[in-house]
Write a protein of this length. Structure first.
Length: 313
């Protein structure tokens, strides 16, 4: 495997958070340790298992032909549709046999440096709770459906699994340069909202933010509004993103090997020295160096986006 210049670091120990690095102020619950892992996965009620089943069924109506083949294969390999919220221990054993990854339950969003540490050790932290019927369509915090259904199938792909580990390792360096925001943008536009060109004119979603909800799957792959631009790591890390609405721009990869190569071969030391603390490009911008697959009309955004009644077209 290619390696970044962070080889001298010991990834088995929790990294120190430099004093000048800002991360979201999260209150660690008293019952979890510094690793933020829950002692046990939650026991779900039958009503909660039914929520999982309904969410699963809703996604399966829209994903075939729109989700990446690697994602669909991962769902199958782990048999995530067998009914009810998957049991993390059994799922981790199957996943571990495929790519050496495991899934660990965490109570909520966890601090960045803890998140990077888990990824660098091939552990994926997944939210323990599941949304309610009242928040069935939209939740702000990632729940077990988003984390397990959206993220875990992709971890069965060996190259993508390596990319996720490299991303975790890259976190160490981003902290040293106080550029977590830039690295967060790369995660956003790949792991959460990435598209892959599987064949000419056949774009599929591999990002968990797209795959775990019904609207964005169609919007990201078929709508006229959003831009679709070939991924360039430097450009993406300078680009702002929107958390609570459909994305004005999606970035497209040729293959997971290409994504892996673009990331591990990039000299992040040099990039972080040259990148400004604030984002350079708006999330709807198209710039002259872009390799544009589809220039969006941005009609959805221009009509006011979420809450305005604008159609996601
Ligand atoms: Fe996520």
């Amino acid at each position: 495997m290619a390696t970044t210049a962070t080889d001298t670091l010991d990834y088995s120990v929790l990294p120190d958070l430099p004093a000048d690095v800002f991360t979201a102020p999260l209150q660690k619950p008293a019952h979890v340790g510094d690793d933020w892992i829950e002692p046990e996965q939650k026991q779900y009620s039958s009503a909660e298992d039914a929520i999982w089943n309904d969410l699963f069924g809703r996604q399966m109506d829209v994903l075939p032909g729109r989700a990446a083949s690697a994602f669909m294969a991962g769902l199958e390999k782990l048999d995530l549709g067998r009914g009810g919220v998957p049991e993390f221990k059994a799922m981790s054993e199957e996943l571990n046999a495929l790519t050496g990854w495991s899934v660990v339950p965490v109570p909520m969003l966890i601090p960045d440096h803890v998140f990077f540490w888990h990824l660098a050790n091939r552990r994926f932290p997944a939210g323990n709770f599941i949304r309610t019927r009242e928040t069935f369509d939209y939740i702000q915090e990632p729940d077990v459906f988003h984390d397990v259904f959206g993220h875990v199938p992709m971890l069965t792909d060996p190259v993508f699994a390596d990319y996720m580990q490299e991303y975790g390792r890259a976190g160490w360096k981003a902290m040293r340069y106080n550029r977590l925001k830039a690295l967060g943008s790369l995660y956003w536009y790949t792991v959460e909202f990435g598209l892959i060109e599987e064949a000419p004119n056949d774009l599929r979603a591999y990002g968990a933010g797209i795959l775990s909800g019904p609207t964005e799957v169609v919007f990201a792959t078929e709508a006229q509004s959003p831009n679709r631009i070939m991924l360039n790591v430097d450009r993406v890390m300078r680009t702002d993103y929107v958390i609570s609405d459909l994305q004005p721009t999606y970035f497209v990869i040729e293959s997971f090997s290409d994504l892996y190569r673009q990331t591990v071969e990039r000299d992040f030391d040099r990039l972080y020295r040259n990148i400004s603390p604030a984002f350079t490009y708006a999330n709807s911008a198209v710039i002259d160096v872009d390799n544009v697959v589809h220039r969006g009309t941005q009609e959805y955004l221009l009509r006011g986006g979420r809450g305005s009644g604008a159609q996601p077209i």
